[in-house]
Design a protein around this ligand. Structure first.
Ligand code: S3P
Length: 429
């Protein structure tokens, strides 16, 4: 699908919106709800395509999941109640679904085949397959077992201590979920902290998780009990409108009920450091996940350097931060972000290529990018390359480019933010 975005005269973004539920938390609520004993109610679940794929996979393993009014109810089978699927499980575009599900399936004594779309076929699965094999799972796939289609036969796991070469919540979560069904303790040590939604949610389902700095450990054979989960708005979706509010002239907007887990708030810290007028009002201190209303006004941004421990806290926000940097005074340097190369697209390449088409001065580096600020963006024919976050970043960029910006493959946006264009139109005045 191609969308044409027209910007006539000066537009401004004003008003209040509520972004859809957090994608990471939504996936985990379905997965843990499925393997828990008893019913789980999930309020605010994201119904973007990635999460629908997670739901579909668990239905194919015999779990009943249904919408009931304003919540989704999962009738947990308990881990031993999962059934060998008759069909291949298709994760679509979702890296979180496949990597976390491999962790769960590593403990399941049956055979499962998993596939995804063309993007998933390029993304490395060895980062989870290697430790899961060490625990005892039998995993095979294309290119020496590292890429989809991938198959797994689980069961009989033993706990391990694993030092992960990458700060990845998908890797950490996959191993911890396998650890739940392993003998003894399973420990993951990360080079830097990644998002901790799995650990928080395991506790909500009644499990003990030990956290000591960069070390996270779980004792095997713990049972999960169904619970009620409230999913806050996704800060990674809010990020598009936070940046839009800061860079589109005469704008002022509020986003309600956004998740502000500190492992995810790098975007807020960066916007503050760049000089944004941003106000955070905490609404939910949240044992499981805190939330806040966030307001932002048009701001004079300045270029900054972003790297190190900050990167995992804003990894998904780098495309929209790059757009903010094109409007800042001075240069922005993003480094230590090689992980961008293995996201839904190689986001160093796609950000640089597509923003350059709109007149940005931006260079790719080995581990990030350099963005020169103060550019006037012009309309262009651009492409999401099937990457939801690239598509949304380009749509926000179009607000500053007078004329017609055409975004190809814009349907990808429904992966994480099905009503994105509706919100964009509502805020325009
Ligand atoms: C996610 C973790 C991050 C993030 C992805 C969702 C998760 O990936 O980029 O969009 O839900 O665990 P990595 O953990 O691989 O960095």
């Amino acid at each position: 699908m191609t969308i044409t975005l027209k910007t006539e005269g000066d537009i401004q973004l004003k008003g209040t919106i509520k972004v859809p539920g957090d994608k990471s938390i939504s996936h985990r609520s379905v997965m843990l709800g499925a393997i828990a004993e008893g019913k789980t109610k999930v309020y605010g679940l994201l119904t973007g395509e990635d999460c629908l794929n997670t739901i579909d996979c668990f239905r194919k393993m015999g779990v009943q999941i249904k919408r009931e009014g304003n919540y989704v109810e999962i009738d947990g089978t308990g881990f031993n109640g999962l059934k060998e699927p008759d069909e291949i499980l298709d994760v679509g575009n979702s890296g979180t679904t496949i990597r976390l599900m491999l962790g769960i399936l590593a403990g399941a004594p049956f055979h499962t085949c998993l596939i995804g779309d063309d993007s998933i076929a390029k993304r490395p699965m060895d980062r989870v397959a290697r430790p899961l094999r060490q625990m005892g799972a039998r995993i095979d796939g294309r290119k020496n077992g590292s890429f989809t289609p991938i198959s797994i036969r689980g069961g009989g796991l033993k706990g391990i201590e694993y030092s992960s070469p990458v700060a990845s919540a998908q890797v950490k979560s996959s191993i911890l979920l396998a650890g739940l069904h392993a003998e003894g303790m399973t420990t993951v040590i990360e080079p830097q902290s990644s998002r901790d939604h799995t650990e928080r949610m395991l506790k909500a389902f009644g499990c003990e998780v030990e956290i000591d700095g960069l070390k996270t450990a779980i004792r095997g054979k713990q049972a999960l009990k169904g619970t009620t989960i409230k999913v806050p708005g996704d800060i990674s979706s809010a990020a598009f409108f936070l940046v839009a509010g800061a860079i589109v002239p005469n704008s002022e907007l509020t986003i309600k009920n956004v998740g502000i887990n500190s492992t995810r708030t790098g975007i807020i810290d960066v916007l503050k450091e760049m000089g944004a007028n941003i106000i955070i009002e905490e609404t939910e201190s949240g044992e499981i996940e805190p939330a806040a209303d966030i307001s932002i006004k048009t701001s004079n941004l300045k270029g900054i350097e972003i790297g190190g421990d900050m990167i995992p806290r804003l990894i998904d926000e780098i495309p929209i931060i790059a757009l903010a940097a094109t409007q800042a005074e001075g240069v922005t340097i993003i480094k230590d972000a090689e992980e961008l190369k293995v996201k839904e697209t190689n986001r160093i390449d796609t950000v640089v290529r597509e923003l350059s088409k709109m007149g940005a001065r931006i260079e790719a580096t080995d581990d990030g990018m350099i963005i020169y600020g103060g550019t006037d963006l012009r309309p262009s024919l651009v492409d999401s390359h099937g990457d939801h976050r690239i598509g949304m970043m380009l749509a926000i960029a179009s607000c500053l480019a007078k004329g017609e910006t055409v975004v190809e493959n814009s349907e990808a946006i429904s992966i994480s933010y099905p009503n994105f264009f509706q919100h964009l139109e509502e805020l325009k005045s």
